[in-house]
Design a protein around this ligand. Structure first.
Ligand code: 1HE
Length: 266
């Protein structure tokens, strides 16, 4: 089933649609290079809080020449310290809903993926980058600092030293370089990102809900734990997952030669 009808009320800077089990969120402010203002960030939080039943994955992409130019800098001009803390909190809440939400999220990246745009991309679980994509953290040169969870998520993806360099020197990485670093999960040709992202999202949506929960909610927590706690959590999670009826049916299907085999990379 494919539908352009939105399932949630969003600001004009965002567009929501549904393609079967996939909910699609579009950054739709191309004249401002998808710069993220408060309304857009609140809209992102609303979208991820309103996913209807039957959605198995989200595809996030941007309209125009760039994924996102990051924070809408015009909003910082009048902001004092207290407002700044609240502002960062708004971003944290919205992006937590992406990383630790109901379903896995695939982001399709192209053009500028910078500042808060990179923080947004880092909250997704899989990143498909077209060759045109580039990554930067221009906060350093603007006299500001990341505020959308970048200090927490980016070092886990690329390491503290690389993030320091990006912020201190304004270094920009290409989509291809990003692949070696852990920012680009899949590298595709220009114009192919959406189709590849949709294909991956559909595959993800075909997993059991319990497995997707284990991967997106338990795995990152286990990875942050001390090993003893991690092993205990892993034992619990794996025993819960395998006890699910759908898991039993899938194992049986494989043993009865009704399920696909693992194939070599193409
Ligand atoms: C903006 C923004 C923005 C564009 N806030 N208005 N992010 C940055 O420091 C990146 C700033 N943007 C750029 O470097 C460039 O705009 C791009 C490389 C992304 C794209 O360049 P280009 O030539 O395609 O577009 P443009 O002509 O620069 O911009 C088109 C319009 O978008 C223009 O407005 P107009 O009214 O003159 O048409 C720009 O002013 C506007 N625009 N980017 C506001 N970011 C939670 S903390 C996160 C902290 C950060 O993200 S800091 C990093 C901010």
């Amino acid at each position: 089933m494919s539908s352009r009808k939105p399932f949630v009320e969003l600001p004009a800077s965002l567009g929501a649609s549904r393609q079967g089990a996939i909910a699609v969120l579009r950054l739709a402010r191309p004249h401002k290079r998808n710069a993220l203002d408060d309304e857009t960030i609140s809209g992102i939080e609303t979208f991820f809080s309103s996913l209807p039943d039957g959605i198995g994955a989200v595809l996030l992409h941007g309209e125009g020449e760039h994924f996102s130019a990051g924070l809408d800098l015009s909003e910082l001009e009048e902001q004092d310290i207290t407002q700044g803390i609240a502002h960062s909190g708004l971003w944290h809440r919205a992006f937590e809903k992406i990383q630790f939400g109901k379903v896995p999220v695939v982001a399709v990246l192209h053009g500028a993926v910078v500042g808060g745009g990179l923080e947004l991309a880092a909250a997704a679980h899989v990143r498909v980058a077209e060759r045109s994509a580039y990554y930067a953290l221009p906060e350093g040169s603007r006299g500001i600092y990341v505020g959308g969870g970048g200090s927490v998520r980016l070092p886990r993806l690329i390491g503290v030293a690389r993030m320091m360099d990006m912020m201190l020197t304004g270094r920009t990485y290409s989509a291809e370089e990003g692949q070696a670093m852990g920012l680009t999960t899949y590298l595709v040709e220009p114009g192919q990102g959406f189709a590849k992202g949709l294909e991956l999202a559909q595959r993800i949506a075909g997993n059991t809900t319990l497995t997707n929960f284990a991967v997106t909610h338990a795995l990152p927590r286990i990875a942050e734990s001390d090993p003893a706690s991690g092993y205990a959590m892993e034992a619990l999670m794996s025993s819960i997952a395998q006890a699910d009826g759908e898991a039993k049916a899938r194992l049986k299907a494989f043993l009865q030669k009704r399920a696909s085999k693992v194939t070599r990379p193409r």
